[in-house]
Each structure stands twice: as C-alpha cells, then as structure tokens.
Write a protein that binds this ligand. Structure first.
Ligand code: BGC
Length: 358
C-alpha cells in the first residue's frame, strides 16, 4: 500500500513539473487550449536610430512608437547620435534581448552592414528606415524618393534663377540619402550646365549634416567667389538655416534663393519671412505607419507585397525590395494646404512662435 501511494505521489509531482516548465517556456502548449489560443505573443521591434538633432527625427521616434503600439506591438528605441560603434552596440543589445525585428536608421550606410549580418544570424529580419544600408542583405527599405527630393529642389530654384552661379551644400557623405538627393539635383541642373546657363561654383558634402560644417562651407563658397553667387541648394533645412545665418550676417539673406528639405518649423518661418525659398515636405506619420505595418509583417514572415508598390533599389550587393513615398515642394504659396492642413505644424506654432523669434 505504502509503495503504491509513493508511486502515485511521484507521478503527480512529475506531471506538475512538466506543466510548469511548458508554461515558462512557451505559450503554445497548455492544459487550457481555448484560453491559450487567444494569447498571441506580442511582437517586439527594435528601432536603432541615429541622430535626434533635426526636428524630424523626434517626430519619427514619437510617431513610430505610436504607430507600433496602435498595432498592438512593442518597440524599444535607441539613438546613437552619430556614433557608429555605439549604433552597432545598441543594435546588438536589442538583438540579444530577443526583438522580433530590427528597424534601423543607419548613421553610416556602409558600416551598419555588420548589424544586418548579426541580426540575420539571430534569425531577425532588418528594415532599413529612411536611409539605406549599403552592401548588406537588407530585407526591406522604406523611405521617400530621395532623388525626387533633389530634383524638386533644383526645379524650384531654376524657376527663380534660370541662369547663374549655383552653390551646392550637400548632406553627409556617409548617408546614402545625401547621394540620392545630389543625383536628383544634378540630373535637373545638367542640361542647364551644358547650355552654359548655370555654373556650379561650389559643391561640398557637409560632414554629419552638422550646421556648423555647413556654415564653414558657405563661408568658403562666398569667399572663393567674392560673394558673387546667385543661388544655394542645401541638402536639408538644418544646413539651409546655417547658410541663411551667414547670408544674414552679410546682408544677403532674401537676395539669394536658398532651398532646403524637411519642413522644419524654423524653415517654414524663414519661408514666410522670405529668407528661404523652399523646403521639401515629407509626412512623417505616413512613413511611421507604413514602417510599423511592414515591420510587423516582416516579423511574422508575412508577404508585404500587397501593402504598396514595391520597387527594387540596388544597395551595392542586392536589389532591395523598397517602398518610396513622394516628397512635396513647399513654398510661400502652399504652406496652408500642406503643412497646416496635415497638422505637421499648427498655424499657432508657425505664426505665434515666429512673432516671438522676430
Ligand atoms: C534625411 C533628412 C535629414 C538628414 C539629416 C537624411 O537622411 O533624409 O531628412 O535631414 O538625414 O538627419
């Protein structure tokens, strides 16, 4: 009798142990299948950002969190502020914490290829966000049409300055977007350069997109040309702002058309004031909504082809399946129906804060 009782109790304990183990290890096996079926594991996304300096990246960060959470997933966000080694370390940290998918804004298009390899060896797919990772097996790329960004800038400035001496203040050479935008600018300018109507008298990258470096560039450009320049195309609003500061200090602001990109609040205010000619508007919420949807589909190994038109973009190693959203030109004439209509900046932010800063 004692032996039978002992064996019975031993059986119960083993049974309990196995039950506990399965609960800890996975949600797929259970003694209550109906309840368990409803508990789907929450998808965890890692968002490895670069800089948060430009205003747009704060929108990217906050809207992406919102977009992911609206779809019932979780996101961890880290920013490396222009430090390549830190960006690799942050991505590795998120990979080791068990994210299901990595979304990355590469600081350096080339060195982040190492991150893609690391993610893949852990079975995690990578979505290249806004900027393309070069020479790596990227699973998907989502951005705006960056060549179109440059083309729109050049078209807007050409309308005002069809003949003259142009300065090009590029973005960071380490950022593929800077190359795409420059390509777009020069494709539009080339026929006018060939005709002899346009001369590009200065053309330099801006290290790390830093306004201080853009300031140095425009000072060099003005010095080398005895202030004899007719137009400036700057790769974004932060660099355009630096250019305009220097022009202002020489009494040239408003005299020389300047193009930028991002629709920063300060840029919209400069456009109203007349010191900046145009900017490029890229609706960030549209990008983060799409990124969140793609990230979750990729994490679940689902087909993304139905969401939008997928094009192929070569990153030096492969044709990356990509989705490119359309940028829009903003000048004094359409701030209302673009920036304000979309609540990208409110009328109050634009006009009240502008009056304070004037
Ligand atoms: C983005 C711009 C941004 C710049 C600097 C680029 O890759 O396309 O919108 O201003 O990076 O952060």
């Amino acid at each position: 009798m004692v032996l039978i009782l002992f064996l019975f109790l031993l059986g119960c304990e083993k049974h309990d142990n196995r039950n506990n183990d399965t609960e800890v290890q996975s949600n797929t096996e259970s003694f209550k299948p109906n309840e368990q079926q409803q508990v789907e594991e929450t998808i965890k996304i890692g968002f490895a950002m670069d800089t948060l300096t430009e205003e747009r990246w704060l929108k990217d960060r906050d809207f992406f969190r919102m977009s992911v959470e609206e779809l019932g997933a979780e996101v961890e966000i880290m920013a490396s502020h222009g430090d390549d080694a830190l960006q690799i370390w942050q991505a590795e940290t998120m990979i080791s914490k068990g994210i299901d998918l990595l979304v990355i804004v590469p600081h350096n298009a080339e060195s982040t290829a190492a991150i893609v390899e690391k993610a893949h060896s852990a079975g995690i797919k990578v979505l290249s966000y806004d900027r393309l990772v070069k020479n790596a097996e990227v699973d998907m790329y989502l951005s705006y049409d960056n060549e179109q960004v440059g083309a729109l800038q050049a078209q807007a400035i050409l309308e005002i300055v069809p003949k003259g001496r142009y300065v090009y203040i590029g973005g960071a050479e380490t950022d593929n977007n800077a190359h795409m935008a420059k390509k777009g600018v020069f494709e539009v300018l080339q026929p006018h350069i060939d005709k002899g109507d346009i001369t590009v008298v200065f053309d330099q990258w801006t290290k790390d997109w830093e306004p201080a470096n853009a300031k140095e560039n425009i000072e060099l450009a003005l010095k080398a040309n005895n202030n004899n320049i007719d137009a400036v195309i700057a790769a974004n609003d932060a660099t355009a702002g630096a250019v305009i500061e220097v022009l202002e200090s020489r009494g040239l602001a408003g005299e020389i058309p300047v193009a930028g990109q991002d629709a920063d609040l300060a840029a919209i205010q400069r456009i109203i004031k007349g010191t900046q000619t145009m900017t490029i508007y890229k609706p960030i919420k549209e990008l983060t909504d799409l990124a969140a949807e793609l990230a979750i589909k990729l994490a679940k190994d689902e087909d993304v082809g139905e969401i939008r038109d997928v094009v192929k973009i070569n990153n030096g190693q492969m044709e990356v399946p990509s989705i490119l959203l359309s940028p829009t030109t903003v000048t004094q004439t359409n701030i209302e129906e673009t920036i304000i209509a979309d609540d990208f900046h409110t009328r109050n932010e634009i006009y009240l804060q502008k009056d304070k800063s004037d």
